[in-house]
Design a protein around this ligand. Structure first.
Ligand SMILES: Nc1ncnc2c1ncn2[C@@H]1O[C@H](COP(=O)(O)OP(=O)(O)OP(=O)(O)O)[C@@H](O)[C@H]1O
Ligand SMILES: [Mg+2]
Length: 600
């Protein structure tokens, strides 16, 4: 029940935050107009009784009421329907806004990378329309509940015995609810297959898989799998629909029997002169409405149950964001601090361990490390060793599961995350290809300087990409990508240089994280680039104590670092300079030899 209350409060809150005025109107006007219509049985009774008794005034008043209430109910219904549609749209937009803010606002990226969370986030993303539907389902619920109350009261006022009619409608209510749930369960059961089918459809029709699909001749295989999945899904849902229809029909049959009984009862009373013709009219028209009202109530209960799941996922994200926010503050550590202006000692990791989720092996364990201020540190290791994980912990995209990180003696947890992120910069292998103007695609590395062409040109120079603007039709003002008309697409290596230039936009960050940012460049370009870069980094490091972390598989690049860390199976197995590690004759020396062999 508490869950329900929280869900209702959240959704109503969303509706009012989205559009306060229309939300009031929709929530209040919608049920009122609906209930007004229910009274028409009463006006009809007055009309018939007036006519039978020769009371002209009553006939006129009743006819007026029938006309007014019908037109008010009808026009009010359409106006509130329009308002409701608008509220629904506004809620949709508000949800998008909040989801963007929430997903981006969560301190780390676990919710976007962790397989445990991904499914939920994906369901929330794709099923967010259901959230907005809850708003109209809630007012419809109110509407049908009110109508049933009014109708029951009217029936009882003329024939107390007719109160049995809503009782006959109960099986229909229960069975319709069951029928709804059957369909919902089928939808849920097939949700994963539906997503898989959608993925196959995207594969078959999207632009990026086209090349591989042709080469491997996968078109018909994918089409076949898509067809099979869709067929299996449709079959399950159709089966559930049939079972649902049988239940609804059974409910209707019971209600039909009750209706016949009620009509017979009313007719007998009227025939015996214990009721007027108007009473009979009221009973017949009101009774006919009961089934629709009960059916409507059952239907809204069903869609509310579906909506509750969507609301639950939304509230999960809200809670997750809050838990992460609270966890980020070390208990009793006082208010967050700002990142230091410059580094004197550097960054120390003590006993740092990390696992992506409880049921997975540790990606990092027992990492003790001193990253000296002003140094260039290279990280090497085989695929899956834990290099990128270390980088993500330093950027505070994840919190370590054990141990801690200190920046010049201050626990990283105590430093305000935004302030820390403002003082670091990064280039990743899986960079983003921003389809913006070249100037912007580079400049957003330091949003404050996005329009500063000199800063952008300098960053391109540091990334060894001086030639890119010269090769493009409009230089820095060239739109990049494939989604703009007149835009120019870049090669993968060029895109990567743009990403690297973006990482160079922040001048003298305290920490520059380069996680294989040059994997798409040839070895020679990478080597030349980093030779120049390392010299510049050491000069900058001398001023601000900046640390550069470079992850690379190329030993020709790695060898110039001040410190080389070798990671294997999540542990640091060796650390030292190139000469030191070669002399040691361990894993580094072995890997270096293998690669050097390839160049001989
Ligand atoms: N988002 C994630 N969720 C769950 N496990 C992950 C995630 N990212 C990485 N891992 C796991 O953590 C381990 C270390 O991964 P990491 O990305 O740090 O390796 P890496 O050394 O950077 O490898 P590569 O050279 O291939 O980039 C791997 O076993 C990987 O499967
Ligand atoms: Mg990696």
């Amino acid at each position: 029940m508490r869950e329900w209350r929280r869900a209702v409060v959240a959704v109503v809150g969303l509706a009012f935050a989205a559009d306060r005025r229309r939300a009031w109107f929709a929530v209040v006007a919608w049920p009122i107009c609906g209930v007004l219509g229910t009274f028409s049985s009463l006006w009809l009774k007055l009309l018939v009784d007036g006519a039978a008794g020769g009371d002209r005034r009553q006939v006129l008043v009743a006819a007026g009421l029938v006309a007014v209430s019908a037109s008010v109910a009808l026009s009010g219904f359409f106006i509130s329907l329009t308002a409701m549609t608008r509220v629904r749209e506004e809620v949709d937009r508000e949800i998008d806004k909040r989801l963007i803010a929430l997903t981006g606002g969560v301190l780390g990226v676990a919710h976007q990378e962790n397989p445990e969370y991904l499914d939920r986030l994906e369901l929330l993303r794709t099923g967010r329309g259901e959230l907005a539907d809850v708003v109209s389902a809630l007012s419809s619920f109110l509407l049908f509940a009110l109508r049933i109350l009014v109708t029951s009261a009217l029936l009882v006022s003329v024939f107390p015995g007719l109160l049995v009619l809503p009782v006959f409608a109960l099986p229909s209510l229960v069975l319709t609810g069951r029928a709804q749930r059957l369909i919902q369960h089928a939808e849920e059961r097939t949700a994963a297959d539906q997503r898989r089918a959608l993925h196959l459809f995207d594969l078959a029709t999207g632009p990026s898989p086209a090349k591989e699909l042709r080469i491997f001749g996968l078109e018909s295989t994918i089409a076949q799998r898509h067809r099979d999945l869709r067929r299996a899904v449709d079959r399950q849902i159709a089966k559930a629909r049939t079972a649902a229809a049988v239940r609804e029909a059974a409910g209707l049959l019971v209600f039909g029997a009750g209706y016949v009984l009620a009509v017979g009862l009313a007719v007998r009373e009227a025939a015996a002169g214990r009721a007027t013709a108007g009473d009979l009219v009221l009973a017949l028209t009101a009774a006919a409405g009961v089934r629709d009202q009960v059916g409507g109530l059952a239907w809204t209960v069903g869609s509310l149950a579906a909506g509750k799941k969507a609301v639950g996922r939304y509230l999960w994200l809200v809670d997750h964001a809050e838990v992460v926010r609270r966890d980020a503050q070390a208990p009793g550590s006082g208010p967050p601090m700002l990142a230091p202006d410059r580094l004197a000692d550097g960054i120390r990791l003590s006993g740092v361990g990390f696992r992506y989720s409880a049921d997975q092996p540790a990606a990092l364990r027992d990492v003790d490390l001193h990253l000296r201020a002003g140094s260039v540190v290279a990280v090497v290791g085989e695929n899956g060793a834990g290099k990128s994980t270390l980088v993500k912990l330093l950027a505070r995209l994840y919190e370590p599961t054990s141990g801690h990180l200190e920046v010049d003696g201050i626990p990283l947890r105590r430093i305000d995350p935004a302030s820390w992120r403002a003082r670091i910069s990064a280039g990743f292998e899986d960079f983003v290809s921003y389809e913006l103007l070249l100037r912007e695609a580079v400049g957003i590395g330091n949003v404050a300087a996005v329009d500063d062409d000199r800063a952008v040109t300098r960053a391109l120079h540091h990334a060894g990409a001086d030639e890119i603007p010269d090769q493009l039709p409009d230089g820095l003002a060239t739109p990049l990508g494939t989604s703009w008309e007149g835009a120019t697409d870049l090669s993968r290596g060029q895109w990567q240089k743009v990403a690297l230039a973006r990482a160079m936009m922040r001048e003298e960050p305290l920490l520059l994280l380069l996680d294989e940012p040059t994997a798409a460049l040839d070895a020679e370009t990478e080597h030349a680039l980093f030779e120049r870069y390392a010299a510049a980094a050491r000069a900058a490091g001398g001023r601000s104590g900046a640390i550069t972390i470079l992850v690379s598989h190329r030993f020709s690049t790695v060898r110039m670092a001040d410190l080389i860390i070798v990671i294997a199976g999540g542990r640091i197995v060796e650390a030292g300079t190139h000469a030191h590690l070669l002399a040691r004759g361990g894993l580094y020396a072995e890997l270096y030899e293998v690669q050097a062999e390839g160049y001989r």
